[in-house]
Design a protein around this ligand. Structure first.
Ligand code: 5GP
Ligand code: ZN
Length: 144
C-alpha cells in the first residue's frame, strides 16, 4: 500500500511517458537502468530517433534536479555514441524542447537523439537577426 502511494506521488497518472516507464504502454527499449529509460521515438523522424528520459516524472529541464539531469545526460552521450557506431549517420542532433512554445508535446522531461543522414532530413532553421539587435542590451537584460 505504501509503495502504491509512493509510486503515485512519483508519477503523473496521466503522463504517457510515466505509463511507458511503468510498462502500461509498450515501447522499444534502447537502454534501461534504475533511473533512466531510452526508447525509440514512435515517429522515427530519422532512423534511430531515440528519446532518453528519467524514470521519475519531471516536467522539463527547468524542474529536473541536477543529480537526475546528470544521469540522463551521461546516458544521452553513451547512447549517441552507440547510435553513431551502429547506424553510421553523417551527424547527430541532441535536442530538448522545453515548453509548448518550444515544441514540447509530452510534459515529461526527455532528450531527443536524432541521427542525421541527409542535410534536409530535419528542418531546424536559425534566422540571422544579428543586424537588428544589440548584443550588449541583451546581455544587460540577462545579467543585471
Ligand atoms: P516533444 O515534442 O515533447 O519534444 O517530443 C515528444 C515525442 O514523443 C515525439 O517525438 C513523439 O513522436 C513521441 N511520442 C509520443 N507518444 C509516444 C509513444 O507512445 N511512444 C513513443 N515511443 N514515442 C512517443
Ligand atoms: Zn511522466
Amino acid at each position: 500500500m505504501i509503495n502504491v502511494i509512493k509510486k503515485r506521488k512519483e508519477n503523473n497518472n496521466m503522463c504517457i511517458f510515466c505509463k511507458i516507464v511503468n510498462g502500461e504502454i509498450p515501447s522499444k527499449k534502447v537502454y534501461e537502468d534504475d533511473d533512466v529509460l531510452a526508447i525509440l521515438d514512435i515517429s522515427q523522424a530519422t532512423v534511430g530517433h531515440t528519446l532518453v528520459m528519467p524514470k521519475k516524472h519531471y516536467a522539463n529541464i527547468l524542474e529536473i534536479p541536477n543529480n537526475e539531469y546528470q544521469k540522463v545526460m551521461l546516458k544521452v552521450k553513451e547512447i549517441a555514441n552507440k547510435l553513431n557506431t551502429k547506424l553510421n549517420p553523417k551527424g547527430i542532433n541532441v535536442l530538448n524542447n522545453c515548453g509548448e512554445a518550444a515544441g514540447q508535446t509530452v510534459m515529461h522531461y526527455h532528450v531527443h537523439i536524432l541521427p542525421r543522414y541527409n542535410d534536409n532530413d530535419i528542418k531546424l532553421e536559425f534566422t540571422d537577426h544579428s543586424s537588428n539587435v544589440n548584443l550588449d542590451d541583451i546581455l544587460k537584460e540577462i545579467n543585471d
